[in-house]
Every structure is written in structure tokens, then in C-alpha cells.
Design a protein around this ligand. Sequence first.
Ligand SMILES: O=C(CO)[C@H](O)[C@H](O)COP(=O)(O)O
Length: 262
Amino acid sequence: MSGELSPIDKAKFVAAKRAADYVEDGMRVGLGTGSTAAWLVRCLGEQVREGGLRFQGVPTSTRTADLAREVGIEVISLDEAKWLDLTIDGADEFDGALNLIKGGGGALLQEKIVATASDQMVVIADIGKEVEHLGAFPLPVEVIPFGWQTTQALVEETLVSMDVLGRQSTLRMNGDRPFVTDEGNHILDLHLQRIGNPRQLSLVINQMPGVVENGLFIDICDAVVIGYGDGRVELRDINEGTVEQDRLDFLESDNLFTDLAD
Ligand SMILES: O=C(CO)[C@H](O)[C@H](O)COP(=O)(O)O
């Protein structure tokens, strides 16, 4: 069964599986969105059903909420939880300071709110997500639909004075219609190629009327679990650097491979 998985899917799976070990009985845990986070939700669901794990999950999208319920995880809202022990989520890029670009799946707003309301954020990612400088992945910016083209023009104008290489942006589409987030907003993808000062860029973008939030996660992530296509996992901590290298066995979780996430 595991032979049907691509190396990237294997990498995502082993990262998710290792990160599931962070979840302990009684915790309140933010559950991320995307294909890697979906693996995590499946791994946790298996531990709930077969290992007796008891925790409450706060999903970061309707997609994740549906999957979490399907696999047997108790789902509560962030307002019910108020504060979380831990959030585990994927990322589109991470750099050496564990700053991130997120929002490729369109859930950046809930993801940032949930991660910020957590004692700890652990990112799960395949090794292909590691970058020296953020920005090759288009930066998602969530904007309200009212006047979005004016907001887009303002954002592009502001980029002229920012330390970035590219300045084009595109409205994310879903077929022939604009993509709509869980909050009813649209997403502009900024094609910046290289972001020289992510912290400054994040602050400037978020000051604009019409912008709800951007996909730069600065000083939010505490650790990254990096997966490799051959089953290796590496645990990198914000303070201590690489603290663990291991190799996970695919076969022991073959039943999870029957249904690829996303
Ligand atoms: O930020 C996200 C969704 O908004 C995802 O975590 C990010 O896009 C990574 O996705 P995947 O695990 O599918 O590669």
C-alpha cells in the first residue's frame, strides 16, 4: 500500500505521524488545514479510536472540522477552548528562524488566530518547504470582497517601497469565480519571489484598509517536524536547532494509506 504514495506524501505522512506524539490526554489542540494537516488528523483519529487518546480539537477550517469529526476527534470551537495547549499545522514555506508563509489552502486567517492562541505551534512539513528566504511561494493576503480591486492596487503600490523582488498580485480563483474563504473573503496572491524583511512587510500589509490578514507567520512557530520521502523525520526547535533525527516505519500504519488526504 505504501508503494502507492509519492515521496512527498510519505514525507508529509511521517512528519504528521511524529508530530501526533505531541498530543497528550486532556489537551486542547489546534488542528491545521491542508494535505499534511489532514494526515495529522487521520493519525490522531486512529489514536483516539484505537489507542484511547482523549483530547479536544479546534479546527482551522470547515474542511478540517469535517475530517476531524469523521475520524472520531471531539471538536470544539476556539471560543469554547479559549486557549490551546498546542497547534499543529502545515506550511507553504519555513525559513531558518521558523518564520512561515501559510495560506496556500486559503485558511490563513483561522490558522493564524488559532496558532496565536496556543502555548506552542508545531509545523509539519516535507523538506521541500524549507527555504533560505521566504517569498518564492506566492504570499496569500486575505481581503474583504468590497473594493478588492482598490485594495489590490494599494497593496501593489505599497510593495514598491518594500524589500521584495516581484510586485505582481493575482486574485485567487476557484474555477471561473473568485475563491471565497470560510469568512467570506477573497485572497490575493502576491508574487514577490524574495521577501527581504518579512516582519516589516507583514506589518505594512496589515495596516491597509480592506486587508484582513496576511500569510506571514512571524515568531509564531516554535518547532518544525520535517519529513523526508524515505521515512526520515527531523525535529527542529526554535531555541535548540535540530534536536532529533529518526526514521519511521511506514508499514505499521498501512491502513492510513488507503485514503490519501486532500
Ligand atoms: O496554510 C495552509 C492552508 O491554508 C497549509 O498548511 C499550507 O498550504 C500547506 O499545505 P499542504 O500541507 O497541503 O502542503
